[in-house]
Design a protein around this ligand. Structure first.
Ligand SMILES: Cc1ncc(COP(=O)(O)O)c(C=O)c1O
Length: 451
């Protein structure tokens, strides 16, 4: 046991909430992390867990990746960071790598940031400055971070919170959800339907007032929604016709997670700006906007400066991360393991009526929990009980989605098939236990989760 003081975890959590604002954090289950390696996490009581969350899709190359640690240690012997008043090799090498892993033969540039949120903020500001237009189209239930602009364009924030931010030129359109597309069953038709809605919105707001459309190529926090290909293609066409910049937010989907370097590659289109964060730094804080140089260079020097941007330690970690993904074929691995996981989860769907849908790409998978399959009524409470039971049995898995009823399956891409199987077996047992009434209702009150 790592912890010789039973109850210490609860004491620590109580202290956390005493000192840290309730606005920062989620309340799921009481797990205090003491160490993590590859796809495993240990709590301070020495209990081991399989990690199906990867610290919110950050550890694509696994926790405490040895090559990232080596790169950081080697760099630490030289210097920590120097701001961009001067130059350093890690930022220069990383900028070149980033233009190589993103799509398109056009001339590309990079702007570095610290978090996914601030990189989205940069992309939006670059679009406003380049186009001199004031408006943004975003999606219902989208999530782009928590900067002021991030909240303003974040479709998953409550309306009253969004409205508290004094940026009003945001128009929300519905993200295509092929599982719940009214009476429409066919994904193509669903795509057409949503394209016509987008066209209506553009007509209503005057397209020449819109600087950018900001879009997750697979909506993550909305519950792993994969849009129909005809929708994405039509959206790009409409944007091109109207001089609107497309910001492809790959903060959650990027770096191989969906079985491609970028999820937008599933749709055969080329965005103007790509935003990377989370997994880019292999666990170190770094983000980047990569895209058309004429857009990113439209802002005058210093506009996107930040003292710790392109932090040298994070840059060496990101370089090691990109090389690791390439050398160990993690993009292909995500695809293969993802197909396998979806197959196994569909077997569970055969077994349990409460699994309404299994969807995703690569190792970004959502399992939607419903009251019964025909009505598709979302069942957030049961989903929460399932993840609680899974945690008790040694699996870290969370819920998200517009109704908070989607099990989030996003393990590190380095997970072995045996560990993936072990994790899915726990999902199976957890669902069975919940259905057999072995998990009390009051566990729901212990979790605030995504609401
Ligand atoms: C699609 C997407 N964009 C942006 C962000 C924000 O990233 P960060 O938390 O690093 O600011 C997230 C985080 O969950 C995300 O999922």
């Amino acid at each position: 046991m790592d912890n010789d003081n039973p109850g210490k975890d609860l004491q620590l959590i109580e202290k956390y909430w005493r000192h840290v604002s309730s606005s920062q954090g989620f309340k799921y289950f009481p797990l205090v992390v003491s160490r993590a390696k590859a796809s495993k996490v240990w709590d301070i009581n020495g209990r081991e867990y399989i990690d199906f969350l990867s610290s919110a899709a950050t550890y694509n190359i696994g926790h405490s990746n040895e090559e990232v640690i080596k790169a950081i240690k080697e760099h630490l012997d030289k210097f920590i960071h120097y701001c961009l008043y001067l130059y350093h090799e890690p930022a220069i090498e990383l900028s070149e790598l980033l233009t190589e892993i993103t799509l398109g033969n056009h001339r590309k540039k990079v702007v570095f940031g610290l978090s996914g949120g601030d990189a989205n903020d940069t992309a939006l500001k670059a679009a406003f400055i380049y186009t001199r237009r004031p408006g943004v189209i975003s999606y219902t239930y989208s999530y782009h971070g928590t900067t002021a602009l991030g909240i303003a364009v974040g479709g998953s924030f409550r309306e009253e919170i969004r409205k508290a931010i004094p940026f009003k030129d945001v128009y929300f359109v519905e993200y295509p959800d092929t599982y719940r597309c009214g009476n429409i069953e066919d994904p193509r038709e669903c795509g057409e339907y949503h394209l016509s809605k987008l066209e209506d919105t553009l007509k209503r707001v005057n397209p020449s007032s819109i600087a950018a459309i900001i879009m997750e190529p697979i909506q993550g926090d909305g519950g792993v929604l994969v849009p129909p290909e005809n929708y994405v293609k039509g959206l790009f066409k409409l944007a091109r016709e109207n001089g609107i910049i497309i910001i492809d937010d790959e903060v959650q989907t990027g770096m191989g997670r969906t079985g491609k370097w970028l999820a937008i590659e599933h749709f055969n289109v080329e965005p103007d700006l790509v935003v990377l964060g989370k997994a880019l730094g292999g666990g170190m804080p770094i983000s980047a906007v990569i895209g058309r140089s004429e857009i990113l260079d439209a802002a005058p020097p210093q506009t996107f400066f930040a003292t710790s941007a392109a932090h040298a330690l994070s840059c060496v970690a990101a370089i090691a991360t990109i090389k690791y993904i390439k050398n160990y074929n993690l993009v292909e691995k995500a695809r293969e393991l993802g197909d396998y996981a979806v197959k196994r989860l569909n077997e569970l769907k055969e077994k349990y009526e409460i699994i309404g849908d299994v969807r995703g790409k690569g190792l970004m998978i959502g399992v939607e929990i419903v009251k019964e399959r025909k009505q598709k009524t979302p069942d957030r409470k049961t989903a929460l009980k399932i993840i609680w039971r899974a945690w008790e049995k040694g699996l870290i898995m969370m819920t998200y989605g517009k109704y908070g009823n989607v099990l989030r399956i996003a393990p590190p891409l380095v997970i072995s098939r045996e560990e993936l199987d072990a994790g899915i077996n726990i999902v199976d047992e957890a669902i069975r236990d919940v259905l057999e009434g072995k998990v009390p209702d009051d566990v729901i009150n212990k979790m605030k989760a995504w609401e």
